[in-house]
Design a binder for this molecule. Structure first.
Ligand SMILES: Cc1cc2nc3c(=O)[nH]c(=O)nc-3n(C[C@H](O)[C@H](O)[C@H](O)COP(=O)(O)O)c2cc1C
Length: 247
């Protein structure tokens, strides 16, 4: 019985290959969604960590441009944007990365592989570059931003003293990861967030040594293969009462 579940929700689940008789087990997370299901929730339900990409399918250029913009638009602490996103389509290069990604084929079979890299050391020059960009985009003067600059430099110095700069930058890159996955899901592009890789080896193969950047997290994007059995599995999530508290 699917009391309270919108027809489109049911349709989405059945489209995902989920037998109607198994839907009762999922009622906890679908019954709270008023019909019709919003585009965003529909995308979030359809999104899954793609295990098998169809290597023959490529993301169209216009779609990819939107996904790149979603990366650029990622928010970050103080707006510092501590990242560079490497977009890798070179098949040979991606094959070289597979053994360093726990042999996970998504790295080679996706359409576009996003390697999110972060600076290992974030110097004051990084902050100044950000301030210069603020002035370029919004106008104003460096003098007017002295207070802001001092605050950010103080924050940076504190992180450096604790040896936490790289870890902080990695946390920021995960915001890009989440935003990218959602944008992709809305555009019906499949993704797989991936931490199953050896960063030092990625840095070596990608020639990052000496650049000051290191690999933080990966996100292959493309289109699921019909053989990916994970595409049709129900989501495993704790119930709302276990993870959400209202006060
Ligand atoms: C940061 C992060 C790292 C992950 N690393 C991998 C990975 O290396 N390989 C993989 O197949 N899935 C990976 N996953 C996918 C998770 O296993 C998956 O998101 C989780 O089981 C929930 O399933 P769903 O995304 O399909 O809803 C990762 C997920 C996250 C968020």
């Amino acid at each position: 019985m699917l009391a309270g579940v919108g027809e489109n929700v049911k349709g989405t689940l059945i489209l995902k290959g989920i037998d109607e008789s198994r839907l009762h087990a999922m009622d906890w997370h679908v019954t709270t969604i008023p019909p019709p299901m919003s585009e965003i929730l529909s995308a979030l339900h359809s999104r899954y960590a793609c295990k098998v990409f169809d290597a023959s399918k490529k993301i169209p250029h216009e779609t990819w441009q939107q996904l790149e913009e979603s990366l650029i638009l990622t928010p970050s602490s103080f707006g510092l944007q501590p990242w560079k996103f490497l977009i890798i389509q070179d098949k040979e290069l991606r094959e070289k990365l597979v053994p360093h990604a726990w042999n996970q084929r998504q790295v080679a079979d996706c359409s576009h592989l996003v390697v999110m890299t972060v600076p290992k050391v974030l110097g004051v020059d990084y902050i100044d570059a950000n301030i210069a960009r603020m002035i370029e985009v919004r106008g104003g003067t460096a003098d007017a931003l002295t207070g802001f600059r001092n605050m950010v430099v103080g924050f940076r110095d504190g992180l450096e003293a604790k040896g936490g700069l790289e870890q902080w930058a990695k946390l920021q890159s995960y915001i890009a990861l989440g935003q990218f996955m959602l944008a992709a899901a809305l555009l019906k592009v499949d993704t797989c967030p991936m931490e199953g890789f050896v960063a030092a080896k990625f840095d070596e193969v990608l020639g990052l040594e000496g650049t000051g950047y290191t690999t933080a997290v990966l996100c292959p994007a493309g289109y699921r293969s019909e053989d990916d059995r994970y595409a049709v599995l129900p989501k495993v999530r704790f119930e709302a009462k276990d993870v959400i508290e209202h006060r």
